[in-house]
Structure formats: C-alpha cells, structure tokens
Design a protein around this ligand. Structure first.
Ligand code: GLP
Length: 240
C-alpha cells in the first residue's frame, strides 16, 4: 500500500505511469483527477508521455475531485483553469469528456447529485488520483466529513484556506466554500493512487500511517479500500 521513492521526480514519474497503464488497458477509461501543486509534475510527465504517443488518450473521460464555489472557469485559481493549463488544453482532450463540479451552479444540491450520478452512469472511476491536505483532507473532504457523503458543498477550514492562499495574489480571496466528490464516491473507484511529496506533508503522512479509520482524518478512509497505493517521496515519508 505504501510506496516510498527517493525524489518528487520519481514519484511523479511513477504516478504518471499508473495513469498511462490504466489508459493503455482501457482507452475509454474514466479517470478521477486532482489539482494542487503536487499534481503539476505528475501532469507534466503524463503530457510528455502522451504527446510522445505512448497511448491514445482521446477516448478518456475525466472527473475532477473538486471546485471552488464562486470562481468562474476563467478565474486563474479555479480548478477548471488549472486543469486547462496543465492537462486538457495540452492534450486537446474533447471538452465534452472532461468534467469538474460547477462552482457557479444556481442549484448546487442538484449539481452535486448529478455529478455523482454521472460517474456511476459511466460505470464508476477506473482510477482516482488524490493529493492530501495538511489536515488530512482528500478532495475537499475536511476533517469530520461523514465517510458516507457523496458529492456535496463544504465550507473550507481555516487551515485549508491558509494553505491554498499561497496560490492567490490576495490570500483573503480564497473562497469559503467548495464542491467536492464525497468519500463514498472516492472509495467506489477501482484503484486509488494518493501522492504526497515534500516536507510539508511529512507530519500528516505520519499521522495517516498510524491512524485507525477515523472521520477526524479523512484520508484514513482509504484504509478500507482494497487497491490503494500511497506514493511518497523521502521527504514526505520522513516522520513515518
Ligand atoms: C487542495 C485540493 C486537494 C489537494 C490539496 C493538496 O486543497 N482540494 O485535492 O490534494 O489541496 O494540495 P497541494 O498538492 O498543493 O499540497
């Protein structure tokens, strides 16, 4: 379940390889994708391999984990914008095949229901890629979110807003709420790969390693899943 590699570069290469293997095995695969600084080198590797013709990605479907409420898709810090910049535009993926929660939906409850249902209608996620927040969140499932929740609107914790403030020119601009895939949806993926790199993840990875399954630590839900890889570099694994 835990795989520790020396460097961030090796971790990114390994994660990209897992994604490529999934696409090679099933070109119409349904992938669950994540955002955040951790994923940038993963997507850079993936794009490099796909542009080199490693496998055909044109029939993929993707669903992102989360999106901020109130940011337009063109906002530079929206996750839609992130995905366009790091993956969708670079691969020329058909936009009807890529999905993110709609942070501007008028009826967000209905949008949440439809999001989980759309994934299930396609037979579920073949692989879910995850990062981890410094408080143990996955997607934007903050501590004490019920593991039985599907896609839902969530307030963001002060810690998460502080952590993500580094991407905004004014940290006060970080939205207060987001839409996230629920832990129940995440656990239905056939395979899960969680990636954590760098010293800022060392404390939470040690906590996760020693924690029982506990809603206080959202990532601990993964311990109930039969096919999870937790990929770490030496720095993120330093306190385990
Ligand atoms: C955000 C995202 C998470 C991501 C986490 C870690 O809060 N909602 O999906 O895993 O940040 O991000 P980073 O990789 O930048 O540390």
């Amino acid at each position: 379940m835990y795989k520790i590699l020396d460097t961030e570069d090796e971790v990114s290469r390994y994660a990209a390889q897992r994604l490529l293997a999934t696409i090679a095995a099933r070109p119409e695969a349904v992938l669950g994708l994540a955002t955040g600084g951790t994923m940038e080198p993963v997507y850079a590797r993936l794009v490099g391999r796909l542009q080199g013709g490693a496998v055909d990605a044109s029939r993929l479907t993707t669903f992102n984990l989360d999106e901020y409420i109130g940011l337009a898709p063109t906002h530079p810090q929206s996750y839609r914008h992130y995905m366009e910049r790091h993956l969708f535009a670079r691969l020329g993926l058909p936009r009807e095949n890529v999905h993110l929660p709609d942070g501007l939906a008028e009826d967000s409850e209905a949008a949440c229901r439809a999001y989980s249902e759309a994934i299930r209608a396609l037979g579920g996620l073949d692989l879910q890629l995850l990062g981890i927040g410094s408080n143990g969140h996955i997607g934007f499932n903050e501590p004490h979110t019920r593991f039985s929740c599907r896609t839902h609107v969530t307030p963001l914790s002060a810690q998460t807003r502080r952590d993500n403030g580094r991407f905004f020119s004014d940290p006060g601009e970080v939205p207060t709420h987001a839409i996230t895939l629920g832990i129940r949806d995440i656990l239905e993926a056939r395979e899960i790969v969680l990636v954590a790199t760098g010293p800022s993840k060392a404390r939470i990875m040690a906590e996760l390693y020693h924690s029982p399954v506990d809603e206080a630590l959202p990532a601990s839900a993964l311990k109930q899943h039969p096919n999870v890889t937790i990929l770490l570099d030496r720095e993120a694994a330093a306190l385990i």
